[in-house]
Design a protein around this ligand. Structure first.
Ligand code: FES
Length: 251
C-alpha cells in the first residue's frame, strides 16, 4: 500500500493511520491529544493534514492525521499554507485558554502566534482538555477522573469535584499530560495527587519507593497475581528477569 506524503512514496502497513506512517518515516506532524499507548481521540485538531483522493481528483480535504487511515494511492500534504493557517488558529485558541503553558507557547511560536488574538481565560491553568489523562486513567482501570463543564468552563475533574476515592495514585494522568497540568508531588514514600496523599511501597529488593500501595493492590486485583508481584520496582524487576533469563541459558 503506497501513500504519497509531501511528494514521497511511502509504504503503509495495514492499520496505519496517516500519523503512524508519517512519524515512522520521519515526517513531523504536531500533536497534543495523541498518545502512543492510548486510543485515538481526535480532539485537539493540531494534526490536521490535507488529503486528496487517489488519482488526485477533486479538492483536497482537511482531516486529522491521527484518525485518518492510510489508504493506497492517497496523496497527503502536511505543511501547506492552509494547514499552517488552521494549526495557527487552533494554537491561537489554546493560547487564550492556557497562556502560561510553555508547551503551547512554544508550539504557537512555531506557527507565528506570539500572543492570542482572543480574550485570555480568567484564572487560566495549563489544561488544554486533550483528554489524555482521562483516557490514561481509564486504561489503568481506575476511572477516577472525567471531563466536567462545557466550553471555556470545561475542565478535567474528580467526580463532584471532591471524590478522589477511585484514584489509586498511579500518576498515569500526570505523567501522560502533554502540558504538565496535573500536580503530582513525590516526597520519599509519600505521593500527593488530586488532593490525596498516598503511601508508596518500599521495593523489596532495593528499598527505594515504587508504586503506591493503592496502585499495587489495584494491579493485584486486576491481574489475579499475588500482591508480592508488585512489591518490586521496575528496575529491580528488569534485573531479576534478566538474571532469570541468563540462568535459563545456563550462563
Ligand atoms: S493529535 Fe490528532 S486531533 Fe489531536
Amino acid at each position: 500500500m503506497i501513500v504519497v506524503i509531501n511528494g514521497r512514496d511511502l509504504h503503509a502497513r495495514p492499520g496505519d493511520s496517516l500519523l503512524d506512517l508519517a512519524r515512522r518515516t520521519g515526517i513531523d506532524i504536531p500533536t497534543l491529544c495523541h498518545h502512543e499507548g492510548l486510543e485515538e481521540w481526535g480532539g485537539c485538531r493540531l494534526c490536521l493534514v490535507e488529503v486528496a483522493r487517489p488519482g488526485g481528483h477533486g479538492a483536497a480535504r482537511v482531516v486529522p492525521a491521527c484518525l485518518f487511515p492510510a489508504r493506497d494511492g492517497l496523496r497527503v500534504d502536511t505543511d501547506t499554507p492552509r494547514i499552517h493557517r488552521l494549526r495557527a488558529g487552533v494554537l491561537d485558541l489554546l493560547l487564550a485558554r492556557c497562556p502560561q503553558s510553555d508547551t503551547i507557547q512554544e508550539l504557537a511560536l512555531q506557527y507565528g502566534v506570539r500572543r492570542t488574538s482572543f480574550v485570555e481565560r480568567k484564572n487560566p491553568d495549563k489544561c488544554i482538555l486533550c483528554n489524555v489523562c482521562v483516557r490514561a486513567c481509564t486504561a489503568v482501570g481506575a476511572n477516577a477522573i472525567g471531563t466536567a463543564g462545557r466550553g471555556v468552563l470545561g475542565e478535567i475533574a474528580l467526580p463532584f469535584h471532591d471524590d478522589p476515592a477511585a484514584c489509586v495514585g498511579c500518576g498515569a494522568c500526570a505523567l501522560s499530560c502533554p502540558t504538565g497540568a496535573i500536580d503530582m508531588v513525590d516526597t520519599g514514600f509519600k505521593r500527593r495527587i488530586w488532593q490525596r496523599d498516598f503511601e508508596r511501597v518500599r521495593c523489596s529488593a532495593c528499598g527505594r519507593p515504587t508504586l503506591t500501595q493503592a496502585h499495587a493492590a489495584h494491579l493485584a486485583t486486576r491481574s489475579g497475581l499475588p500482591a508480592e508481584s508488585f512489591q518490586v520496582c521496575d528496575r529491580c524487576h528488569r534485573e531479576q528477569a534478566g538474571a532469570r533469563f541468563l540462568d535459563l541459558l545456563g550462563k
